[in-house]
Design a protein around this ligand. Structure first.
Ligand SMILES: [Mg+2]
Length: 387
C-alpha cells in the first residue's frame, strides 16, 4: 500500500491514496457496498420551478471569489474552529442514532459518559466507527478544500470532487446522489428535482459550515450568495439554498462574537420575500419540535428549525447537540447543523474533550482520499478563516 504524506501545510496534513486503490479497498467493506439506506428526502410537493441562482458564463469562471481575509481575534478564531469541529462532532455523535426514534439517545445515555470517548459509540445504519463523521461533513470539507484551492466556488472543479466522492460514499442523500450521477453540474439539480418534483432537502444546508468560515471576512450578502450558489448545484428548490444561507449567516455571526439567535431576525430580513414567512414561522421562539407534524423529516425547514430550537433550548455546546440527537430521525444531520451553530456560539474550547479526541473521518475527492482528525480540522478551519 502506498500512502503519500505531503509536507505540512500549516497544521494541515494531507494523505492521498489513489482512487483506484481506494475502490479496491472499499469493496471489501460491507458498508461501502451497501444500499444507500432509507429514503431521506421527503420533500415539499408541487413546488414550482423558479429560476435558480445565476449560472456562470464560463466553466472556467470562479464564482464568488474570495477576498483578502480580515484580521481576526483569538475569540473569532475559537468560534470559527468551534463551528467546523462542532459540526463534525455533532455529525459523528449523531450518526449511530440516524433513523432512530426520538429519545433513543437519552435512553442509551441517561447520564453523560465522561470516560474514554464518552458517547462516541459508532455503528448505526452504515457501520460508522466511533467518532467518525459522515457524508454531511465529508461534503463540507470537500467544498471547503475546493474553495481554498480555487479561491472561490468553481462549479466544474467542485462538481468533479463531489461526484468522485459520491461514487464511493457509504451514505449519500437520494437527491444529492441523483444530481451527482450526472457528469456535468449544468442542469443536474433540475433533473434531480424533476424525478420527484421535490428538492427542498437538507443536503445543501448540512455542508455549509466550511463555506461560512471561508466567507467570514466577506460582506454578509456575499456569504449568503455563495451559500445559495453551492446549494443550487444539487438542490433546485430555492428554499434549500435559503436554509443554507440562513445557517451561514448565523454561523458567521457567531464567529464575529455575536449571538446567532439575536441576529436571526435581521438575517430573515435578507431572505427573499416569497421564502421568508416559511422560515420565520419555524425559526420563531414559538416553534417546538413536537409541532413538526406538518413538516416532513429531512426537509431544509425541519432540519434548520430543529437545530435552532436545540440551540435556543440549551445553554452549552453539549446540551445543544444532545438535544438535537435526542430528536431522532435525521440525527446526524440535525446535530451537524446544531454543532455548527453551537460551536460558533460557544467556541472550540467549549466542545467536550472526550468527543474531540475521538473525532476523525475521511473524504474522497477526485484527488484521492484525505484523512482528518482534530488537528487537521483545526488547520483547515484556520486556513478558511485566514488565521
Ligand atoms: Mg450523514
Amino acid at each position: 500500500m502506498i500512502i503519500v504524506k505531503f509536507p505540512k501545510i500549516g497544521s494541515h496534513y494531507i494523505y492521498v491514496i489513489p482512487e483506484f486503490f481506494l475502490r479496491s479497498i472499499r469493496c471489501y467493506s460491507p458498508r461501502s457496498c451497501s444500499s444507500r439506506g432509507p429514503m431521506r428526502a421527503h420533500l415539499k410537493p408541487g413546488v414550482s420551478l423558479p429560476a435558480a441562482a445565476p449560472s456562470p458564463k464560463s466553466s472556467s469562471n470562479i464564482v464568488h471569489p474570495l477576498g483578502a481575509a480580515k484580521p481576526l481575534s483569538s475569540v473569532n478564531i475559537d468560534r470559527g474552529r468551534g463551528a467546523l469541529l462542532g459540526s463534525a462532532v455533532g455529525d459523528a455523535l449523531g450518526a449511530p442514532f440516524e433513523f432512530m426514534a426520538p429519545g433513543t439517545f437519552r435512553q442509551r445515555f441517561p447520564e453523560p459518559v465522561l470516560e474514554g470517548h464518552g458517547e462516541m459509540i459508532g455503528g448505526g445504519s452504515f457501520g460508522w466507527r466511533p467518532g467518525e463523521f459522515t457524508d454531511d461533513t465529508q461534503m463540507a470539507v470537500i467544498m471547503a478544500e475546493n474553495i481554498l484551492e480555487r479561491r472561490g466556488i468553481d462549479p466544474v472543479s467542485l462538481w468533479a470532487n463531489w461526484r468522485a466522492w459520491s461514487q464511493s460514499a457509504a451514505d449519500c442523500g437520494l437527491l444529492t446522489s441523483a444530481a451527482l450521477s450526472r457528469s456535468s453540474w449544468r442542469g443536474s439539480a433540475k433533473a434531480a428535482h424533476e424525478q420527484s418534483g421535490r428538492s427542498a432537502a437538507n443536503g445543501a444546508l448540512m455542508r455549509v459550515t466550511g463555506l461560512a468560515l471561508a466567507y467570514a471576512s466577506a460582506p454578509l450578502e456575499e456569504a449568503i450568495a455563495a451559500a445559495r450558489y453551492q446549494a443550487q448545484l444539487t438542490h433546485y428548490d430555492p428554499a434549500a439554498g435559503w436554509g443554507a444561507a440562513i445557517a451561514t449567516a448565523l454561523i458567521r455571526a457567531g464567529i464575529h462574537d455575536q449571538d446567532p439567535l439575536s441576529e436571526l431576525e435581521a438575517v430573515l430580513e435578507l431572505v427573499a420575500y416569497e421564502e421568508r414567512e416559511a422560515f420565520a414561522s419555524i425559526l420563531s421562539e414559538a416553534w417546538h419540535p413536537d409541532d413538526e407534524s406538518a413538516l416532513a423529516n429531512a426537509t431544509v425547514w425541519t432540519c434548520l428549525a430543529q437545530a435552532v430550537w436545540a440551540l435556543r433550548s440549551s445553554s452549552s455546546f453539549e446540551e445543544a447537540v444532545v438535544a438535537a440527537i435526542s430528536l431522532g430521525h435525521d440525527a446526524d444531520t440535525v446535530a451537524c447543523v446544531t454543532g455548527a451553530l453551537a460551536g460558533s456560539r460557544y467556541g472550540l474550547s467549549a466542545i467536550p474533550e472526550r468527543w474531540l479526541a475521538a473525532l476523525h473521518g475521511e473524504a474522497m475527492s477526485a484527488k484521492g482520499i484525505r484523512i482528518y482528525q482534530r488537528q487537521n480540522l483545526i488547520g483547515l478551519a484556520d486556513q478558511l478563516l485566514g488565521a
